[in-house]
Design a protein. Sequence first.
Length: 318
Amino acid sequence: MRNDKSNSNEDVVPVFAIESETVNRIYMIDKQGNFADLKKGDQGIWTYNDSFLAWSSHVDLLLNETMSKLSVKNPVNKSARNNVLSRMAIKAIKVMVYAQNSAIPVKVYYVGGTTSDLLGTYFMEEGDDTPYVVHINGFNGYLNTRYTLDRDEWISRTIFGSTKEQIKSVSMEFPAQPSESYKLVKTDDGIDVEMESGLATNVNRGAVRSLLASFDKLNFEGYDDLKSSAFVDSLKQTSPLVIITVESDNRETDRLTFYPKPIDTRTKDLYDKDGNELATDSDRYYAIYNKMDRMLIVQDYTFQKVLVPYSMLLNKSK
């Protein structure tokens, strides 16, 4: 962290804050080579490590609620400096900030640990040899956890994120009940409801429009990385509960396949209304997403509004 450009003049206080509007890339790396590379695309969409959409609220927390508001409280006392520098040499995260699509970072600094009162975080500019205590005015806490390299904190949890205007088609497959499967297709004249036997006619158009509008932001709850690859492979060989495929202008193809999730320690309802012991979780499902290679957990509470069989789209008989 130290080089020939070392600046020991503590009267020159570094400025760590940046103008967030111009930032288009944030690259963070630790001493072990673990990194997080956040990039802003032409449409203002952030990606993580060039492979996933980034979790927008977490990017906002880092960029707009942290990096743009950093304020230097004081330089580290000389009596504690060597100790802080030693710890930063081992555990600090290097942060490189790029703006206006420049190939050269506009700011480079290191983020270390926290002060003993947990109200400040150690920062040091590239080329400097003086660490500073940095905080955000009005915020009581430390900041280094916001510079996380944990991929689960950066990968977007959005499965379906398209408005009804952006959606081109929605396919609903119920393998155990083929007669409940259908496909919604946007046309110049409206929305066709396609069945295996042909176009459906006795459908409630309001229900169809409501269903399309429900795909604007549906997120998964988390991951189940404790399951072995053999378990995941065997699950894929079983018949799923539902398969939802959304084709859209903004996200191309999103496909989510739902499977029953066995009862575990997190399950709330262990018995049905008749007192019979349940074998599967009624609140959560296992799910396979076409854009990830990990087992996901999704909540029925979140997705129930789109788990709509064909019979629920029909006009009710008077």
